[in-house]
Design a binder for this molecule. Structure first.
Ligand code: IMP
Ligand code: MG
Length: 190
């Protein structure tokens, strides 16, 4: 174990291991593949930054007849702390013309539901999609402020602040291959 791993190991409780996450993604990929088997040219839109690892693993497990188009936007509703700012910002919302296409949004986590609601409404208005679904790596249903539900969910979790596998605390820990809970963080940003 390196020094760095020792430091992390003392501060992070594992919620889902890398192996558990990968196994669940194989199942999700199979479910999505079955539903999209004969769908023409679906567009997968990853919401940066949190969905990077999830999208990368998920698309490799989607096997359908047509090719996928992959796009990204960057949305944020959190500051650097563990509480949502309540406002959704869109630092990058540059999408090509995907009018009338079948769109699958890939989110890291649905918490209050504000980000998901903002983006789904935006896509409906801008592109009048042939279909619009959302897959979220994580769902925290107990935190919901706005009623919005993912069509596919990796894991439902309780109200705890998680990091790793794309999710950050103050822009840190996204690179961890597992999902963990930070121990000893009081909710204040840096
Ligand atoms: P919502 O708009 O409140 O649903 O929040 C969605 C965004 O908040 C996610 O895309 C994450 O970036 C962030 N977020 C919510 N819960 C957590 C968490 O437990 N850990 C890290 N980021 C989180
Ligand atoms: Mg974040």
């Amino acid at each position: 174990m390196t020094d760095n791993q020792q430091v992390l190991a003392t501060k992070i409780n594992t919620i889902y291991s890398a192996q558990q996450i990968q196994a669940r993604i194989v199942e999700l990929g199979a479910e999505i593949s079955a539903d999209y088997k004969n769908v023409e040219a679906p567009v997968v839109i990853g919401v940066l930054k949190g969905a990077i690892l999830f999208l990368a693993d998920l698309v490799r497990n989607i096997k359908i007849n047509d090719a996928l188009q992959v796009e990204f936007v960057r949305l944020s509703s959190y500051g650097s702390a563990t509480e949502s700012s309540g406002r959704v910002q869109a630092p990058y919302l540059d999408l090509p013309n995907i009018c009338q296409r079948h769109i699958l949004v890939v989110e890291d986590i649905v918490d209050s539901g504000r980000t998901a609601k903002f983006f789904l409404d935006y896509l409906r208005e801008q592109f009048d999609p042939a279909s619009l679904k959302m897959v979220a790596f994580l769902d925290k249903p107990s935190r919901r402020v706005i009623p919005v539900n993912p069509d596919y969910t990796g894991f439902k979790i309780n109200d705890l602040f998680v990091i790793g596998y794309g999710l950050d605390y103050a822009e840190k820990y996204r690179e961890l291959p597992y999902l963990g809970e930070l121990v000893g963080v009081d909710g204040e940003g840096e």
